[in-house]
Design a protein around this ligand. Structure first.
Ligand SMILES: Cc1cc2nc3c(=O)[nH]c(=O)nc-3n(C[C@H](O)[C@H](O)[C@H](O)COP(=O)(O)OP(=O)(O)OC[C@H]3O[C@@H](n4cnc5c(N)ncnc54)[C@H](O)[C@@H]3O)c2cc1C
Length: 458
């Protein structure tokens, strides 16, 4: 049942009138400000005259769990503990290391809670989490959308492309692109006793904690990107001051530091898109650069969230429109001049130096530059036996290595390589009517030699 444009009640259970607190299960919006879910949870706690407990758990068995993803998340824990302490809110962080560790912690905390507030995120494991907790808990569960600048509910069906969502966003934007009033908890209780295991995380013990988890240790922590809101804000400040003024031209130059590189902070919710958009809007950068950036951050990003929310097939080629399905059928048997296995792709061992460099950037740093990401995806289509194999390889590699993977933008970006949100182009072998890109022509649009050299040194 919808409570308002950002809040949905996921079950029909009564409030626990003997409760000791309201519980906010923080899953994706890992921040203390510009967070609609936290604001809603504080409001509910104040209405019920109860303290607020914020629970954040990190389990060992989610898909692609690795040293890289765990480290990035853990780097944001200590700062949250300090911030919540100051706000008078009890923050519980628990790292479930392996199958011997205690489990069902949310259900356990729910026993003393009046109601649960949680994050409404439209893909990966979160919709399943929310479904299960709303069935299992004996109290109301409210899921709150703090994903984008405009609530997802404002677009009530799947949009066809950027040109269909853009005018709708334009109409609504002034109502939403403004500072968000924060709430203050009335019943402060930062030391409240709770029945739940807890993990103390400090900058010094992160590596040890990660080593103790039953996760993929072969994907190493990023030396380039460090998690947490403070690190995200540091990058945001640098971006707005030094990079944004030239964003309109520099963003398509992978050999330069010309884009925001904020997608990982946005994915884990360390930064809110609203905070980022307001910083950009209020800057002195040229209007053309601001507009170009806000087109990516708002139109493209919210289009991705719209796709995963409304199309339950987002993790497959079934999400593609009819013209792509037709062209894939017609070209399924075309001869592929090169075919690489997943292992060869993963190791960056193809005949194409630029593609190998993109792969290396992703494997070594945890991100791949926006401009070459498209080329990276297109080439895997050309070099796979089937379209299905190409899709699976792209999803696997993107989600395994990219800090910003497992996001609506991940699935949408990959589907875009197959023609989603695009239009038919001139017919060619293998691609059919899908837009075609080659390393030869893309590599001429920037200093690809410099980019390849840089990745070789990583
Ligand atoms: C094959 C492929 C895979 C992709 N996988 C991911 C992914 O796993 N995670 C991810 O966040 N993005 C993904 N994208 C979209 C885009 O490439 C990244 O968002 C971008 O590279 C992030 O870099 P940036 O923060 O410097 O972007 P900027 O140029 O600074 O853009 C600002 C913000 O706008 C959003 N944005 C930019 N481009 C897009 C886009 N095409 N679609 C939706 N939102 C966009 C991002 O949130 C980004 O941080 C993928 C694109 C492709 C083609």
């Amino acid at each position: 049942m919808r409570i308002n444009e950002r809040v949905v009640k996921l079950n029909d259970k009564p409030i626990n009138t003997n409760a000791r607190y309201v519980l906010y299960w923080m899953q994706m919006f890992k921040r203390v400000s510009h967070n609609h879910a936290l604001i809603w949870a504080i409001r509910k706690a104040n209405e019920l005259k109860l303290p607020l407990v914020v629970y954040e758990g990190l389990k060992y068995y989610y898909p692609w769990a690795s040293d890289r993803l765990h480290t990035f998340i853990l780097e944001g824990v200590e700062e949250k503990r300090e911030a919540f302490d100051k706000m008078g809110i009890r923050y519980v962080f628990y790292l479930q290391k392996d199958k011997k560790s205690p489990k069902n912690t949310v259900a356990q905390l729910a026993k003393d809670a009046a109601l649960i507030v949680t994050d409404d995120f439209p893909c990966f494991i979160i919709p399943g989490h929310n479904r299960r907790i709303s069935e299992r808990a004996e109290i109301p569960v409210h899921a709150v959308d703090s994903n984008g600048i405009i609530p997802m509910s404002k677009f009530d069906k799947e949009e066809y492309a950027a040109y269909t969502i853009r005018p709708k966003i334009k109409k609504l934007l002034d109502n939403y692109l403004k500072p968000l009033p924060e709430e203050k908890i009335e019943k402060e209780s930062p030391r409240l006793k709770v029945d739940c295991p807890e993990t103390k995380v400090t900058a010094e013990n992160i590596a040890k904690l990660v080593a103790e988890c039953d996760i993929d240790h072969s994907v190493k922590p990023s030396g380039h990107y460090h998690g947490g809101t403070a690190n995200g804000r540091k990058r945001l400040k640098k971006f707005v001051k030094d990079i944004l003024p030239d964003y309109e031209t520099a963003r398509n130059k992978p050999d330069r530091d010309g884009s925001s590189r904020l997608s990982s902070y946005l994915h884990f919710g360390f930064l809110s898109p609203l905070e980022v958009a307001l910083a950009v809007k209020d800057s002195d950068a040229p209007e053309a650069s601001k507009d170009a950036y806000l087109e990516e951050l708002i139109v493209r990003r919210e289009l991705s969230y719209n796709l995963t929310l409304h199309n339950e097939k987002y993790d497959s080629l079934e999400a593609l429109p009819a013209w792509v399905q037709k062209t894939m059928r017609e070209h399924a048997k075309d001869e592929r001049p090169f075919v690489y296995s997943l292992e060869e792709l993963e190791a960056g061992e193809t005949h194409d130096e630029l593609w190998n460099a993109c792969q290396r950037e992703m494997v070594e740093t945890g991100e791949m530059h926006n401009y070459v990401r498209m080329l990276w995806g297109k080439n895997v289509i050309a070099w796979s036996r089937t379209y299905e194999e190409a899709f699976e390889a792209l999803v696997h590699l993107n989600n395994k290595y990219c800090l910003d993977g497992r996001n609506p933008n991940s699935y949408t970006g990959i589907l875009w390589c197959f023609g989603k949100h695009d239009r038919p182009w001139m017919e060619r072998p293998v691609f059919g009517q899908m837009r075609y890109m080659t390393s030869g022509s893309t590599g001429k649009k920037f200093d690809s030699k410099k980019y390849i050299e840089w990745t070789s040194g990583l």
